[in-house]
Structure formats: C-alpha cells, structure tokens
Write a protein that binds this ligand. Structure first.
Ligand code: NI
Length: 223
C-alpha cells in the first residue's frame, strides 16, 4: 500500500526543523560506501539530527493516519538527507530488510519505507522519488511536511536534483502486521468505520464492524 499522509509537520514545525538542519554541518555525511548512492546524510547521532528527529517523531505520533496506516511496532530513528551539487541522486535499489541502529546496536525489520519531504517543491528541480510498480513507475514529489509511505520491498530511486536542494527525513517502520495486504485491509476498514461514525453517529452495526476490525487485528498482529 502506498499512502500519502498530509501535514505530518505544520509550517511552524517545518521552519523549526529547517532552521536546525539548514545550518548543520553536512560535510561528514558524504556516502561513498553504498553503490548507486550519491547524497549526503547528517551524522545519525549528531546534535542536529537528534534535535530535528525529536520534532519529526512528535509530528508522527500525532498523525492518526500514520499510526493507523502503519500500525507501528518500531520506528527507525529518522535520518536526514540532502541532495544537491555533486551529491544529487540515488540509483535504483531496494532498502535493506533489516536496519541496524548503530548507536544502540538494535535491529528493525523494514516493512514500510517512509520519506518526509522537508523542502518545498519550488525550492528545487528534479529530485523525484520514483517507485517501481508492476503497472509502471510512480513519481512522487510532495509538499514540505507531507509524508509518503510505501512497501520497503519496492525498487526505488531518487532522480538527480538539477537546481536547489532537496532535504528530507527518511525512516522505516516495522509493523505489528507484517503483510502489506492485511495492513491495507485494516486501514480501509478503520477509515470506513471512522467516516461512517462521523456521518451517522454510533450504532449497533458500527459496533459490530469495530469488533471485526479488532478481531482481525487480533488474528494478524504481532505486537
Ligand atoms: Ni532507499
């Protein structure tokens, strides 16, 4: 399931994150180890990344759409990357299935990949996230503060940035429901129940549907 989550960060929160990372020292973040990867990343345990990460995690925890769409068991601490100048693209690849958080030596299975856009599309040219699908490629470039969630199993790439800078936070989610199709069904059911309750108020049928949601979650979740 691909899910676009609007306004994970408010304009105010974006401004705060940007004031931290725009002035950070990116020079240590050049990556030459991963084939195809040509971007910069803030040192994961540095002061700037830690401060900006706290703001991003705060936004995520308040997003009902993020929580119901991912059913998170673990969230990898968001990393901050930058595409511009000579370090401006990332070729086609699949993310590692198991991500290790070096500062703590902990591991997480990457079920869902996430990109939170931190630059306004008007700030840069190129830099689209391209996700390969059986029916063709999806090209994604969202507003600052918007989040895209997609299965971490997908081949994806970042097109070259030819003007300006593209800043984003990236992270992975290990879900309580590993299977993408099961997660999608739960999401559809949950969203429909919420909409029906908003339209009609609570009633016996909605209570039974809510029971179905919870009992499916009970069958499929590994908390
Ligand atoms: Ni990737």
């Amino acid at each position: 399931m691909m899910l676009r989550v609007p306004e994970v960060l408010s304009a105010q929160a974006i401004a705060r994150v940007r004031s931290i990372i725009d002035t950070a020292d990116w020079s240590a973040g050049v990556n030459t180890l991963t084939p195809g990867r040509n971007n910069r990343q803030l040192p994961e345990d540095g002061k700037a990344a830690r401060a900006a990460r706290a703001l991003v995690l705060d936004g995520l925890s308040q997003s009902a759409m993020f929580v119901t769409g991912t059913l998170p068991r673990n969230i990898f601490p968001p990393l901050f990357n930058r595409y511009d100048g000579a370090a401006n693209d990332y070729g086609k690849h699949v993310d590692s299935a198991v991500r290790t958080w070096a500062p703590a030596g902990t591991h997480l299975r990457s079920d869902i990949a996430a990109t939170l856009f931190l630059s306004d599309p008007r700030e840069y040219e190129g830099g689209e996230l391209v996700i390969e699908e059986a029916y063709g490629a999806q090209t994604i470039k969202l507003r600052a503060g918007e989040l895209i969630l997609y299965p971490a199993s997908k081949v994806h790439s970042i097109l070259p940035v030819t003007r300006g800078s593209r800043l984003a936070a990236v992270f992975w989610v290990e879900s309580m429901v590993r299977d993408d199709e099961q997660r999608r069904l739960l999401y559809e059911l949950d969203m429909s129940i919420l909409a029906l309750r908003g339209r009609h108020g609570d009633n016996a049928e909605l209570q039974r549907l809510t029971g179905c949601y919870n009992n499916l979650l009970r069958l499929w979740a590994t908390p």
